[in-house]
Design a protein around this ligand. Sequence first.
Ligand code: CTP
Ligand code: CA
Length: 232
Amino acid sequence: ARPDALPRDLVGRRVVVSAGGTREPLDPVRFLGNRSSGRQGYALATVAAQRGAEVTLVAANTSGLTAPAGVDVVSVGTALELRDAVHAAAKDADIVVMAAAVADFRPTATVDHKIKKTDADPDPVALTRNPDVLVELVRDRRPGQVVVGFAAETGDAGGDVLTHGRAKLARKGCDLLVLNAVGDGRAFEVEDNAGWLLAADGSERTIPHGSKAQFASHVWDEVVHILSKEAG
Ligand code: CTP
Ligand code: CA
């Protein structure tokens, strides 16, 4: 949709969106990372601003994307930096959307010089768990604040995509979980997207195939719906 054709239903709302993939340094030149491009988070931030929200975008590595118009961008590197930035911005936010791919683990130690190879085999990399920012946001949630999580799942022996998504929604305790099916090149590093919206009240909607901007519009429609229920 053209921006001027979008509803102005987020006017007066403060929104925080995290996007991109965190990078966990091993030494000054190397990191553990992931394939998140940040495009979906950028689309969410862009559409929220077009619908009238005041948007803070906490951007982990986002492969050269340019800041959306009218959006306040805070750049971060690691999961711990992202956590601090998101919590600071969430303090007076009405809606927090965790679209970032946050590293589950970080190297236990970061070496302050470039690690050199020797003739010996390297030591294994020791890892430490990162905090779960989404769970912390839910724990610290202000009354009326809407917290949205994302999940990209594949089916496996433990269940299909929806089964994993429902379990994750319950585990995280967020108001809404945006669920993507991945595999076969879907969702990661591609322009199109499709998935499900799983709400805490048990309601489930599918998101049809479309652009990331259209996908973002479906997410905001659902958030506005949740806010209207809380108000009513
Ligand atoms: N998330 C987070 N902090 C983390 C890890 C994840 O805030 N340390 C958020 C993500 O931004 C996303 C949601 O939690 O909104 C789900 O992330 P995901 O990686 O799917 O969940 P995990 O609990 O890490 O489960 P998995 O074992 O499937 O990776
Ligand atoms: Ca994870």
